[in-house]
Design a protein around this ligand. Sequence first.
Ligand SMILES: Cc1cc2nc3c(=O)[nH]c(=O)nc-3n(C[C@H](O)[C@H](O)[C@H](O)COP(=O)(O)OP(=O)(O)OC[C@H]3O[C@@H](n4cnc5c(N)ncnc54)[C@H](O)[C@@H]3O)c2cc1C
Ligand SMILES: *[C@@H]1O[C@H](CO)[C@@H](O)[C@H](O)[C@H]1NC(C)=O
Ligand SMILES: *[C@@H]1O[C@H](CO)[C@@H](O)[C@H](O)[C@H]1NC(C)=O
Ligand SMILES: *[C@@H]1O[C@H](CO)[C@@H](O)[C@H](O)[C@H]1NC(C)=O
Length: 193
Amino acid sequence: MGTSFPKSKTLYIFSFLALFIASFSSHSQAFANETLAQCLIDHSQPSHPITSSIYTPTNSSFSFVLQSYIRNLRFNTSSTPKPALILTALHESHVQAAIICARKLSVEMKIRSGGHDYEGISYVSISLPFFILDMLNFRSVDVDIEAETAWVQAGATLGEVYYGIAATSKVHGFPAGVCPTVGVGGHFSGGGV
Ligand SMILES: Cc1cc2nc3c(=O)[nH]c(=O)nc-3n(C[C@H](O)[C@H](O)[C@H](O)COP(=O)(O)OP(=O)(O)OC[C@H]3O[C@@H](n4cnc5c(N)ncnc54)[C@H](O)[C@@H]3O)c2cc1C
Ligand SMILES: *[C@@H]1O[C@H](CO)[C@@H](O)[C@H](O)[C@H]1NC(C)=O
Ligand SMILES: *[C@@H]1O[C@H](CO)[C@@H](O)[C@H](O)[C@H]1NC(C)=O
Ligand SMILES: *[C@@H]1O[C@H](CO)[C@@H](O)[C@H](O)[C@H]1NC(C)=O
């Protein structure tokens, strides 16, 4: 509001966004978590194993992984619809597998970065089954101060972006949100206040 950022001192930030929309066609009632998990395994590369990124409801860490990025506690209840699976992708090929399997099995894919969507759109769906592609492991912030640019992954938080820039330069910055835990993925793709 009235504050202007000199163009030459503004960093241009590009984020790695998985801007894909999963198919919403009607799903088979016969769908099972195992089918989705197996599909992900079948469509991933052996050089980048996907199994350690798959959390099904029977896994003891499932609730922790799900709840860690729920920012509106209205959706942190036992009656909130739960995903059939959470994929905490570690490699780009896991994102590709998620998209392929969402389409193939006609299961809705929710993408979550910082989880700040106050309507829970990144981790709740009334269309069952659905699964979450969680971007939390994609959080690198690479600042090129010579070029005055930064490459930021979708799972980084705004606070991590500010920190990464401040650690590199005393005079550069990037104007975004006040709240440091908002995710880059949801903010840069159209969120924000
Ligand atoms: C407590 C709180 C404080 C906030 N403070 C501020 C603030 O200070 N300043 C401000 O500008 N805004 C603020 N916001 C709003 C915030 O910027 C938006 O809600 C933003 O969309 C959140 O992004 P996220 O990645 O954290 O959310 P998420 O819930 O992860 O995602 C939001 C939406 O984007 C989609 N999405 C996320 N990542 C990707 C991706 N990689 N590819 C494709 N789609 C994706 C999700 O599916 C969802 O529809 C705040 C919100 C909350 C709840
Ligand atoms: C839960 O899932 C993770 C990721 O797939 C795996 O590493 C871990 O061993 C699982 N834990 C249990 C108790 O099944
Ligand atoms: C969400 O609910 C669980 C209990 O189901 C609780 O342990 C956790 O602390 C809650 N999260 C927050 C942020 O309150
Ligand atoms: C499959 O997902 C449902 C919720 O969608 C859950 O109730 C069930 O326990 C899951 N089964 C396994 C084996 O994870």
